[in-house]
Design a protein around this ligand. Sequence first.
Ligand code: NAP
Length: 276
Amino acid sequence: MTILVTGATGNVGRLVVDELVAAGAKVRALTNNPRKAALPAEVEVVEGYLGRIGTLPAALEGVETLYLAPLPRTVREVVRLARAAGVQRIVDLSSSNADDEAAGDQSGWHYYAVEKAVEDSGIAWTHLRPGEFMTNTFAWAEQIRTTGVVRAPHANGATAIIALEDIAAVAARVLLEDGHIGQKYELTGPEAVKRKDLARQIGEAIGREVRFEEQTREEALAELTPTMGEWAAWYVDGIGQLVEHPQPVQPTVATITGRPATTFAQWAARHADAFR
Ligand SMILES: NC(=O)c1ccc[n+]([C@@H]2O[C@H](COP(=O)([O-])OP(=O)(O)OC[C@H]3O[C@@H](n4cnc5c(N)ncnc54)[C@H](OP(=O)(O)O)[C@@H]3O)[C@@H](O)[C@H]2O)c1
């Protein structure tokens, strides 16, 4: 049984490849740049990208199971080709806000479009819906290194932040095991952590105090709009809502992998060098 991992050099996809190889699965990896990708020797590497449809028929040949990275622009064509190639199962990476489509949430729409195309394909599916990634805190690394301070909005906004390693471990189990068809798995870390406590725990990991300095909404928007555009307000106000309504913790990672989800303190200790 060949499993095709799309976005195989991506933050999640690369870890999915490692999990599948460790489990002894037959893995094919899709990447734009096979030579640069440095994938494990056991992996069959195919040149291509979900955004370049012409590369997919060859990549899908003989594939039974597909790990699908989220790219709404081409997803309808991708699942059509997957069906034509005889793919039996799709495990897609979506997001915890995929259901927000109905409320007109912009980010939710992105993932809803992927999930809907997968469901309409007629192929058996499982949606993986992670919340905020622990790696998002790498965006603070430079200010931590240079100032020892995190300046960000809503110190008390709390998400059940998740390690990419846990998402990949769940993905591998779902790709390899029976019993997950038609499931929408909300994936979170083991606790809801406030922004100010993320900063504090990074400090503990690097052995140096890291202070959290709360920005006003206006300060945060002025800083983020040049790179995030209209998404900046969505992002800042979304964290604001998490002050009153912290993201609920889900047991899914532990239930599916049989081991507890990674805490932010454990993750920060493992990645401390990125903040030093
Ligand atoms: N951050 C969060 O809190 C959060 C939460 C929920 C979901 N998510 C979503 O999770 C996903 C995780 O990302 P990921 O890094 O695993 O996968 P990804 O962003 O889908 O990228 C996977 C790979 O696809 C190729 N690629 C991506 N964009 C491309 C482009 N414009 N042109 C050509 N090739 C491109 C690159 O590989 P090659 O060059 O090797 O081919 C890349 O490594 C993201 O889509 C993100 O939106 C994020």
